[in-house]
Structure formats: C-alpha cells, structure tokens
Design a protein around this ligand. Structure first.
Ligand SMILES: [Fe+2]
Length: 280
C-alpha cells in the first residue's frame, strides 16, 4: 500500500471545487459557459484540468457563487496551509490512513492531565491508533463519530473489541452501540468538553464536535468531518445549500484561531479558511 504523503496534500483541486459547485448548484454547464464568456467545449476542457486565464476563472467562480480570490489561489497553487503545530495544540494528534485510493483522517484528542482520550472518527489503521495510545500512555474511553460513511467508521468493531469505548454518533446516523447526539449536546471527558453542532448536508445527520477545556489551547478544536476541507468542502450529497450554509454560519464564525480538523486533507484554522476557502 502506498505510503501516506507528508505533509498531507489538499484534498481538493480547483477542478474538484468547480465540479462540486456545478453538481451542487445544479447550474447547467450550457448556462455557465456563456456567462463565463467561453464555449461549452472550452468549459469541458477546463473541467478536465486545462487552466484558463485568470479572467475566465474569475467569471466561472462568480457564475457558480464561489469566492473568486480563494478559487484563483487554488488554481494557481498559491494556497499552502500552515502545518499542524503539535506544540500549540497539546493533546491533539491527527492520524491519516488509507481507504481504498483515498486518505482519511481520524483525530486522537486527550486530556493532558488525566490522559483520558477520545478518538474522533476511526480511520482505517488500528495499529497506528494503538501505537499513539500506548506511546503516550493514554486511556481511550470515547469515540466521537462525525458521520457514518464507511471511511469514517471503518474499524469501529476492532476499536470496540480493543477498548470498549463509549460511542457517540449523530442521532440520524447511528452506528453499532452508539448514543445519538445532536445540536447543543455536550460530552464531558476529563476536563475536556465537546459541544455538538449539527452540520448536515454532506450526510443526513453529520455533526461537528467542538472541543474546549485544555489549558494552553489558544482557541477551540473543531472536528469538522466532511463539512469543510482546507480550501474546499465535502460533497453536498444530501443538500449543497445546507452544507455550505453550515460551513459559513457555524464553522467560519468560530473564533479565528480555532483549529479545524477535517476528515480529509490537512488541518486548518478559521482565519486561514476565511481567507482561502472558495465556499466560505
Ligand atoms: Fe463522508
């Protein structure tokens, strides 16, 4: 199996963003092409990866309701997200693993005093999770699932067998043995508190877990699953407008330094995504 690249690259290219916006808005490419002042054939080759002029890219972004400046930065590879800073975010460890031809993240978050730990989503690599738990002397007590797509719950049974954790998952997307959570619920683990935000749209009941309570953190830690990716967002499988509205109204309104922990791609912050996310 191919090694996980380090640093983890952006999940979505500018063409992925374009395609998600086309699918989500339902804007027909025959309508989009004239508003961007190009032929349908030209749009087709752009969707296949041909980078057009800045002016055309800007028109396409506007035609699809995307923010032009971050979209241009993606297309011209000017967006380089800051690397995850383990020194600042004590008690947070992203773990990336392979799921078929994709990479999926899970996040180990722990109370640095009591060593009680939460795993947010499961990833696919039990030995990587076990290694982090053992080398750091943690006690995994809790599993917080953002949504029930296969790549986010791939090793649920193995984790249940190994650690018998308390499992939380969205009310609308129960997993085996889970307690359902929804908007406004709170979970206490040691001195950490996770507030649940309903951020559906990618899936029917997708939730975000907003962690606070670790002394030394400059801001909360938001495990956002597939709501937001650095420079993009998940697919609007259930509702593109709802997903985008949640990204804008519930994620990008968090304190600027909030650490954003997406299900795919690198970590980011609210202030970075305010500047760089075409869906923001
Ligand atoms: Fe998903």
């Amino acid at each position: 199996m191919a090694a996980i690249p380090s640093p983890i690259p952006l999940e979505d290219s500018w063409t992925d963003v374009l395609q998600k916006a086309l699918n989500g808005t339902g804007i027909d490419d025959k309508n989009l092409a004239p508003s961007a002042n190009i032929t349908p054939a030209k749009l087709k080759s752009i969707l296949a990866g041909e980078i057009p002029s800045e002016d055309t890219l800007r028109r396409l972004a506007i035609g699809l309701g995307l923010r032009p400046a971050p979209f241009l930065d993606l297309a011209f590879q000017r967006y380089k997200p800051a690397l995850f800073d383990a020194g600042t975010w004590t008690g947070v460890q992203p773990i990336a693993s392979r799921y078929m031809d994709a990479i999926v993240n899970c996040y180990l978050i722990w109370d640095v005093k009591t060593r009680e730990a939460i795993l947010c989503d499961t990833g696919t690599d039990l030995s990587a999770v076990r290694q982090e738990i053992e080398t750091r002397g943690l006690k995994l007590t809790t599993l917080c699932i953002t949504h029930a797509h296969g790549d986010h719950v791939a090793i649920l049974q193995e984790l249940k067998l190994a650690y018998s954790p308390k499992i939380y998952a969205p009310k609308e997307e129960p997993v085996d043995g889970s307690s359902g959570v929804g908007e406004g619920d709170e979970i206490q683990i040691g001195s950490l508190r996770a507030r649940v935000l309903l951020t559906d749209g990618h899936s029917a009941g997708h939730v975000t877990y907003l962690f606070t309570g670790q002394s030394g953190w400059p801001a909360p830690v938001a495990v956002v699953g597939d709501v937001l990716f650095a420079g993009s967002m998940g697919a609007g499988n259930v509702s593109y407008p709802r997903l985008r509205d949640h990204l804008q109204s519930k994620i990008l309104t968090l304190p600027p330094k909030t650490l954003l922990c997406p299900g795919h791609g690198p970590t980011s912050t609210v202030e970075q995504e305010e500047k760089q996310n075409p869906f923001g």
